[in-house]
Ligand binder design. Structure first.
Ligand SMILES: NC(=O)c1ccc[n+]([C@@H]2O[C@H](COP(=O)([O-])OP(=O)(O)OC[C@H]3O[C@@H](n4cnc5c(N)ncnc54)[C@H](O)[C@@H]3O)[C@@H](O)[C@H]2O)c1
Length: 258
């Protein structure tokens, strides 16, 4: 039996309409999982298996998880992927934007761990290595980036939340592994927005120059593809990672190591 297969597993992916979320849903389904795509609203393509979920709302999590339990009877994989990246100078960032970033990126993950863990724990005996939570963190969990205070702080907190959840579930002997994936600069709409905002804040540096600078500053010389991030998520979600717990995988062409 190929331990990377996910046949029979029920997976919930948050922020599934985005570039990384879509790639993750695609790969988990290709490996055999039943994937529940969730986001604030359905995507334009009206994908099957969609459930609305605002990760900042306790009521929304409860409703979505109750629907999954009644339809599927289990939850084996949770991918906490929803995230936002507001950028601004420290002296110009609105408190409201700072708070929204912590709300989506940190509180959303906390609520997912809090509200999904009972069902994940009950489902954990179904697969070798138990149930699996994969949290989308970032290179920004460890390294600072100008004009990204709210985002960097939120992703550092998300990494610590991952580690705490891992040791706590182990202390409670709950069969749930928790790990994080840290993409570098991904070819994505989010990164297009970040570069455009960086250009504005720095007085009009051409976006193409910024793109070229990011690529040349990376040890492997390019942006990350969403599908490459999805490969790390799918590994951690699978029984092939059955003894990997509390860990972080960087998918960044060596940037974190440099
Ligand atoms: N794009 C990158 O370069 C990059 C790099 C490192 C980490 N990440 C992280 O990867 C994850 C996915 O990024 P992406 O590039 O696919 O971003 P994206 O903007 O394409 O997708 C994010 C998705 O999250 C959803 N979302 C926002 N607020 C939500 C809420 N309250 N509840 C539910 N869904 C909500 C959005 O609707 C969107 O579909 C994020 O956590 C991001 O921080 C991205």
């Amino acid at each position: 039996m190929d331990a990377t297969r996910l046949d029979g597993a029920i997976a919930l992916v948050t922020g599934a309409n985005g570039d990384i979320g879509s790639a993750v849903c695609h790969l988990l389904a290709a490996r055999g999982a039943t994937v529940i795509r969730s986001d604030l609203r359905p995507s334009a393509d009206g994908a099957d298996g969609f459930l609305p979920l605002d990760v900042t709302s306790e009521a929304s999590w409860s409703e979505t998880l109750a629907t999954i339990e009644s339809r599927h009877g289990a939850l084996d994989i949770l991918v906490n992927n929803a995230g936002i990246a507001p950028m601004e100078r420290l002296d110009a960032m609105a408190l409201e934007d700072w708070r929204r970033c912590q709300q989506v990126n940190v509180e959303g993950m906390f609520l997912g761990l809090k509200l999904a863990s009972p069902l994940l724990a009950r489902s954990g005996s179904r697969r070798a290595g138990g149930a699996s939570v994969v949290n989308l963190c970032s290179g920004a969990s460890d390294r600072p980036a100008a004009f990204s205070a709210a985002y960097c702080v939120s992703k550092a907190a998300a990494r610590m939340l991952t580690r705490v959840a891992a040791v706590e579930f182990a202390a409670l002997k709950q069969p749930i592994r928790v790990n994080s994936v840290h993409p570098g600069v991904v070819e994505s709409a989010m990164m297009d927005d970040i570069l455009a905002t960086y250009s504005r804040i720095t007085g009009g540096t051409p976006v193409e120059d910024l793109r070229a600078g990011v690529a040349s500053g990376n040890p492997m010389g390019r942006f990350v593809e969403p599908a490459e991030v999805a490969e790390a998520v799918a590994f951690l979600a699978s029984s092939a990672a059955r003894y990997v717990h509390g860990d972080a995988i960087h998918v960044d062409g060596g940037y974190a190591a440099s």
